[in-house]
Ligand binder design. Structure first.
Ligand code: ADP
Ligand code: MG
Length: 495
């Protein structure tokens, strides 16, 4: 045995022909935040499900509290204080917060009589532990994602958890919400709880972790202290390849050619008095947290909002971008933040997704579109963007987040826009795919495309943008340029 509260040794697990975990060992100590990282499909969730008793391992053992198990049942796992918060939180949407927090504990009592008083007390104790301010009567279905997340954490605490495993808990949270979650994690850590934090977002991982384990292809490729690894090494372990940006410094663009300009632009309830200029061949950054107005500004430039006052100029000429149709005519493209609902037809094949925006170009006058051309074009994009798997007939929903985002990008690049606006371009995207997307944007910008990136990912903005407008509370709070674009300056101006 060892000093960890929880460890696994030489775990193997296959699903049919897929060897999902290969001889995996790792150890988790109390009072530490242990980040488990790895690209999609590397085996993280499978290991978690083995620890929670959901799957049986083919071989290996699980050690907890001095006991060794060849396999664990879900009840044993919970009794040892192991709690898992899955990405979908597995809450009951139709029940109230109070019921969600207390129903398991109440059921475990085995009493035939349900005591609402007792349930309320259980629920209150749980929310107090994390100082959660929440309406106990609210239906979970009506909560924000962040509140659902917090409810799931509070529920884990009902059972006096020793180990809390969060499987991609931050995937759908904004930066502000992540900050709140991190506060709670710090507090749990102080109390000696071990946190396993599954994420592949570099900035978050380095901010919160004490230890890091990285999986690749079902193997534990490294377990070490967070201080022993840097971002380059981290990326290397995740992907197995040295990730080198082809573009070391952000592109500067041609300041003598202003492609798009806003003058004192105001959209009621969203932002006011915004004046920015986009140079030809640059990647301009609009930084800012959720609610800062950055998303609304990006959407306005794509014709998705009513302008109250101010104006927009394109290459010096005043224009009206009154609709998405108009924006497309002006050769403006837009990659939305929420690609799952706005950017992709999930139930359609890649070929339809890529071809759909410029179907008109591929259509004959009779209105029927050239299947073969669309197919050839899609295959080309699959190659250019290294979309995997390389099958244009795959449904979009079958792809990982990073590959879905590449499809959305391909769809817009295929229209050959002169201005491309991207909102949160790499949210939920693997590190390898992220770099591919950055390289691609740099490549297009250096060929003369003008690009705007709206993002709350500070590292992303810093990496790509030479000039940045930082928004806060619906206004531009700072303009940063060149050397001024530092993490510190971006954070200070946005909060
Ligand atoms: P991660 O959580 O790191 O994204 P997973 O643990 O979900 O990865 O998946 C690891 C591998 O195991 C993948 O190849 C996945 O397709 C496969 N896999 C996971 N669960 C199952 C299952 N229930 N049936 C078949 N294959 C599975
Ligand atoms: Mg997973």
């Amino acid at each position: 045995m060892n000093d960890g509260v929880l460890s696994v040794e030489n775990i193997n697990k296959s699903f049919g022909g897929v060897h999902a975990l290969k001889d995996v060992s790792m150890q988790i100590r109390g009072g530490e935040v242990h980040c488990l990282s790895g690209e999609n499909g590397s085996g993280k969730s499978t290991l978690i499900k083995i620890i929670s008793g959901y799957y049986k391992p083919d071989s290996g053992k699980i050690c907890v509290d001095g006991n060794e198990y060849r396999e664990m049942t879900p009840a044993e796992s919970i009794n040892h204080g192991i709690q898992v918060i899955y990405q979908d939180f597995s809450l009951f949407p139709n029940l109230s917060v109070m019921e969600n927090l207390s129903i398991n504990a109440e059921a475990a009592r085995g009493s035939k009589i349900i005591s609402y008083k007792r349930m309320r007390e259980t629920a209150l104790r749980a929310v107090e532990k994390i100082n959660l301010k929440i309406d106990m009567k609210a239906k979970v279905a009506d909560l924000s994602v962040a509140d659902r997340q917090m409810t799931a954490i509070a529920r884990a605490l009902v059972h006096d958890a020793k180990v809390i495993i969060m499987d991609e808990a931050t995937a759908s949270l904004t930066r502000n919400e992540v900050n709140c979650l991190f506060k709670v994690i710090h507090q749990l850590k102080e109390e000696g709880v071990a946190i396993v934090f599954v994420s592949h977002k570099l900035d978050e991982v380095f901010e919160i972790s004490d230890s890091i384990t990285i999986f690749r292809n079902g193997m534990n490729v490294v377990s070490c202290k967070a201080s022993e690894i840097n971002e380059e090494r981290f990326s290397y372990y995740m992907t197995g390849r040295e990730i080198q940006s082809t573009q070391e410094k952000p592109l500067v663009g041609d300041s003598s050619r202003i492609m798009l300009e806003t003058k004192n632009l105001t959209v009621e309830g969203a932002f006011e008095d915004v004046s920015i200029q986009l140079y030809k061949g640059e990647i301009f950054g609009i930084a800012g947290q959720l609610g800062s107005g950055r998303t609304e500004l990006a959407m306005t430039l794509f014709g998705m909002a009513d302008i109250k006052s101010g104006e927009i100029l394109m290459e010096g000429n005043p224009i009206k971008i009154s609709s998405v149709q108009k924006a497309k005519q002006l050769k403006i493209g837009y990659v939305p933040e929420d690609r799952l609902t706005e950017g992709l037809f999930l139930e359609q094949a890649l070929v339809e997704n890529v071809a759909v925006t410029h179907l008109a170009d591929l259509s004959s006058k009779a209105g029927f579109y050239h299947k073969k051309e669309a197919e050839e074009e899609t295959t080309q994009w699959i190659d250019t963007l290294s979309i995997s798997p390389r099958n244009r007939n795959n449904l979009a929903q079958k792809l990982s987040g990073g590959n879905q985002q590449k499809v959305v990008l391909a769809k817009w690049l295929a229209c050959n826009p002169s201005i491309l606006i991207l909102n949160g371009p790499t949210v939920g995207v693997d590190i390898g795919a992220k770099q591919d997307i950055y390289d691609l944007l740099n490549q297009y910008a250096s060929q003369g495309m003008s690009i705007i990136i709206a993002s709350d990912d500070i590292l992303e903005i810093k990496k790509l943008c030479n000039r940045v407008a930082v928004m806060k509370g619906g206004k531009i709070n700072a303009f940063l340029c060149g050397e001024e674009v530092t993490e510190q300056a971006l954070i200070e101006a946005s909060i």
